[in-house]
Design a protein around this ligand. Structure first.
Ligand SMILES: [Zn+2]
Length: 88
């Protein structure tokens, strides 16, 4: 197997294999959508002692969520994208 070819990506919802964006003479077809997310926790950073700390979300475990274009239109996938992968 050629190491330069990444393993086939699969849709997280339907499990179907997805292809890269397909370019045609009249335009292109999006093959899949990827959400870069992961579990996060609140963390604080203080740049100087006399400054208020800045809180931010620190990514603990990066995770890529893949969706095929068909599932991307599904309401629960839309919600997942808008919530950056935070599952209730
Ligand atoms: Zn799908």
């Amino acid at each position: 197997m050629d190491a330069s070819v990444p393993a086939a990506l699969r849709c997280a919802r339907c499990g179907g294999a997805v292809d890269g964006t397909l370019h045609t003479r009249s335009g292109y077809v999006v093959g899949y959508y990827v959400l870069h997310t992961g579990s996060t926790e609140e963390a604080a950073v203080r740049r100087r002692d006399d400054e208020a700390p800045i809180t931010y979300r620190r990514v603990l475990q990066p995770l890529d969520v893949v969706s095929c274009p068909r599932c991307f239109a599904a309401p629960e996938v839309r919600r997942l994208w808008l919530a950056f992968g935070d599952q209730p």
